[in-house]
Design a protein around this ligand. Sequence first.
Ligand SMILES: [Zn+2]
Length: 435
Amino acid sequence: MSVSMSLVQGGAAGGAPQGAILAAAAPYYQPPAVPQDVQPDRPIGYGAFGVVWAVTDPRDGRRVALKKLPNVFQSLVSSKRVFRELKMLCFFKHENVLSALDILQPPHLDFFQEIYVITELLQSDLHKIIVSPQHLSADHIKVFLYQILRGLKYLHSARILHRDIKPGNLLVNSNCVLKICDFGLARVEEPDQTKHMTQEVVTQYYRAPEILMGARHYSSAVDVWSVGCIFGELLGRRILFQAQNPVQQLDLITELLGTPSREDMRHACGGARSHMLRRAPKPPSFSALYTLSSHATHDAVHLLCQMLVFDPDKRISVTDALAHPYLDEGRLRYHSCMCKCCFTTPAGMRQYTNDFEPSAGQAFDDLWERKLTSVQQVKEEMHKFIAEQLQTGRVPLCINPQSAAFKSFASRDQLQNSSTARNTAAAETNDGSMK
Ligand SMILES: [Zn+2]
């Protein structure tokens, strides 16, 4: 039997079709080729801050997601935001949180303009699933909600607020494994209550009432609100609070929760509070939640009502939500056959982990951000950081300059930038600690 080893030159993209986006940055030995249908590179989605493509890793033929982080060095604020997202993606180690598998080798510092990150490729997301005709059983809902909370517990334990939890940012594979993605708006929580935080966060339908009411400071409870909205959406198969504008958004929330008390609005800005008090008081109508679907059992509604609480200080925490009996079956299902933390012995016995919902070992540190005072400085630090990440012994990857698909990638990216530029600019200029 002969084992063929071929030496592949960078740019030739061994194992991938000619014209593929990814290429090895250096010659390397390719293992014997495994016959397989090589799929073409194709765009799969657009995050808040960049385009995502499904591509083939030429080193092993594996399908992965390639994300371009665009316009990195336009301003100090944008370059720090991208650096933060990149550091987070490299920091995360959790089954329900998307992390970086690799970063493409950057060019020499003088030509360093763009950053490309490789992550695991998941086929779908919760938004696509909710709007599809696919049947969603009570078990599906439980196992999805369990994984959202499991990933979020990890993020919050690292002191990270996601700030854009929505169905489209919850990736799902064909085995129903779910991963939280898109950290373009994520930041470390702000312990100083006097520091202002931007309100230009969270897609409106999933935005917590304290942000809608102009709270200058908010906590991880904003993510819990978003999860509550998604839980309701999974049950009802439609967006829970689908309003045209932020004022109507707040109206829809108070129709369900009733008019909040003065005390519950203490985080709100004065104008929003008096607007609310001028209106005729509304009683709560939580019983409407039972009409969402036949899956809206007493347990489900009980948990949902603790997530959809107007006052963020009274809203349930992720850890407490995970302790709710509604999630027991989701936990069991997840750890019986879906997780990577437990395993089955050759004799068929399931060996369970001793920590079903692990926290991050340490908080995510953002002190480094404060020392960065110029775009050039961020550029140098980021270049150094990427070089450190590439010390893995694997051949680094780069863009194949001959790739026709890449040219289309780049042009789509231009279109994308114009539509998101407004949102990101607003978020960045208003977030006190990001300046
Ligand atoms: Zn497990």
